[in-house]
Design a protein. Structure first.
Length: 318
């Protein structure tokens, strides 16, 4: 009998056949919408903020070539629903669609600035606690995003980006699984960059799954299970043993938690929190995160040089 996911028993069962794509729109409650238009002062402040960000972006572009960049960046894409409310959009789905468009821009930013491995938290197992309509909307966007990757003009094909989806696919509808499989197969020979998209994922479930696979190997049990054995059973290693561990985690939306995202692979990562809602997270915010990462690495190297006379180039974790 096939083993169920660690959290499968607590995951509600949905009859996906009842939720067609056209019904997966999630309407914002009327109480969410603001009936007050922006005042001239608010408009002026928004214009000033945009001008300031544009100036800072030009400055950051001029100096980013000197920075140490992460080898594997992970992003928790938080704030789509709140963006829909803030922007007074008719449906929450539109906020998630804006977030999906920003995800494709993120791929382009990583490619431009030399980050060859990217992981994103698209849909967690805990997200199954949301309304059925919102779940259907999000997964329909995942499906359409994967389908669009078959287009030769898609960003993943233009830059040579390989897609790998991690998580418990048995929890999502069959049409989503098929779209994921097609996108992975279509991009499998791309070598410039790798994107790991987490769908129906939970870091605790991943660690338990890896432990179960190690225990099932009698040779490993006899010799003693090591951390290297566990690492090889993590989702990202299943797609390539040479994938580097995460060295930068970025979470948008203001929350200060990791929400069980890549708990094993990000154990030594620098963590950067940004209050910006994900659909508002542009190139300027991206470079701010890289600047903070570089500053922390430089600080660690300076400490190594001061105490040991050797700057190793690696973050000091103790």
């Amino acid at each position: 009998m096939e083993k169920r996911s660690l959290l499968a028993e607590s995951t509600p069962h949905f009859d996906w056949s009842r939720l067609k794509a056209k019904d997966s729109t999630v309407t914002s409650p009327r109480s969410w919408k603001s009936s007050v238009s922006k005042s001239p002062l608010q408009v002026g402040r928004s214009a000033w903020s945009a001008a300031k960000n544009a100036l800072m972006l030009r400055m950051l572009r001029r100096i980013e070539h000197r920075w140490t960049k992460p080898k594997h960046a992970a992003f928790i894409l938080d704030g789509n629903r709140r963006f829909a409310v803030k922007a007074n959009l008719p449906t929450c789905r539109m906020g998630h669609e804006r977030g999906a468009a920003r995800f494709l821009e993120l791929i382009a930013h990583c490619h431009r600035y030399g980050i060859n491995n990217l992981s994103v938290y698209a849909f967690s197992i805990e997200n199954f606690s949301r309304s059925e309509r919102e779940i259907a909307a999000i997964l329909d966007i995942v499906r359409s995003t994967c389908d669009n990757m078959l287009d030769p003009t898609s960003i993943v094909n233009r830059i040579g980006c390989r897609l790998r989806v991690i998580g418990d696919r048995s929890l999502v509808p069959e049409d989503v699984r098929l779209s994921i499989a097609r996108a992975e197969e279509h991009t499998r020979n791309h070598t410039v960059m790798t994107v790991f998209m987490s769908v129906a994922y939970d870091g605790r479930e991943e660690i338990v799954r890896a432990a179960q696979r190690c225990v099932a190997d009698e040779r490993k049990v006899y010799l003693g299970i090591t951390m290297a054995d566990m690492a090889r059973e993590m989702y990202v290693r299943a797609h390539g043993i040479d994938v580097p561990p995460v060295d930068l985690v970025v979470r948008t939306g203001g929350a200060r938690r990791l929400s069980s995202f890549l708990m094993w692979d990000s154990s030594h990562a620098e963590i950067y929190f940004d209050d910006t809602l994900w659909p508002d997270f542009g190139e300027y915010h991206f470079l701010r995160a890289l600047a903070a990462f570089n500053q922390r690495i430089e600080s660690s190297q300076a400490s190594d040089l001061h105490y040991w006379g050797d700057a190793t180039g690696s973050p000091a974790f103790v």
